[in-house]
Design a binder for this molecule. Structure first.
Ligand code: 5GP
Length: 204
């Protein structure tokens, strides 16, 4: 069976990337899509693993050639999910996590209504600011910008199938894993139910 798309969005600093990493460790049927971006690489990031870091002109020509399933401008940089690798992974039967913003999530939903979407919330705005500061990835101005943008991001939370509050990290990982598991079991149950019905219908 073809894998399914699992979209996970969150305001910056809510812990989405750490949650997805933990999820991938406990679930071998999951893969994560590596996005393309024009954002400069951070010192601890690895090209091809965290992102494919590309020049704006490369991004634009990929976009014009229809290489992206979805793309958006976030914090002044372009981000996009390329079809190529994604299609291959889905065809192999693995479910693929897309860590993308709400604009990209809306595009994926429009093209794949069956995609599962989860929005990760921080426990409070104060906790979010603290996490943005503690992780030390961005300068003070960028932190302020990301924190202010969080309000707009959070206002899109009800467009998603599920929300997960990242208060206790382990509990949030378990909830995410539980959501994916329940969705898979539902799909499996329906598949078995239809198979049984078809067999029954054909017997007559
Ligand atoms: P960061 O610069 O902190 O890695 O990511 C900034 C934002 O861009 C995050 O909200 C992240 O989810 C989003 N993002 C990362 N990759 C993609 C992508 O391929 N498409 C879209 N639409 N958003 C992305």
């Amino acid at each position: 069976m073809r894998g399914r798309l699992i979209v996970i969005s969150a305001p910056s600093g809510a812990g989405k990337t750490s949650l997805v990493k933990a999820l991938l460790k406990r679930d071998t049927r999951l893969a994560v899509s590596v996005s393309h971006t024009t954002r400069p690489k951070r010192p601890d990031e690895v090209s091809g693993k965290d992102y494919f870091f590309v020049k704006p002109a490369t991004f634009a020509s990929m976009r014009d050639a229809g290489a992206f399933l979805e793309y958006a401008t976030v914090f002044g940089n372009a981000y996009g999910t390329a079809h190529e690798q994604l299609d291959r992974t889905l065809a192999s039967g693995r479910d693929v996590v897309l860590e993308i913003d709400w604009q990209g999530a809306a595009q994926v939903r429009a093209r794949f209504p069956d995609a599962l979407s989860v929005f990760v919330l921080p426990p409070s705005m104060e906790a979010l600011l603290e996490r943005l500061e503690v992780r030390g990835q961005d300068g003070a101005e960028e932190i302020k910008r990301r924190w202010r943008q969080a309000v707009d991001d959070i206002s899109h939370c009800d467009e998603f199938n599920y929300t997960v509050v990242n208060n206790d990290f382990d509990a949030a990982v378990s909830r995410l894993a539980g959501i994916i598991d329940a969705e898979r079991r539902g799909e499996q149950a329906q598949h078995e139910c239809v198979t049984a019905l078809v067999e029954n219908l054909l017997r007559r």
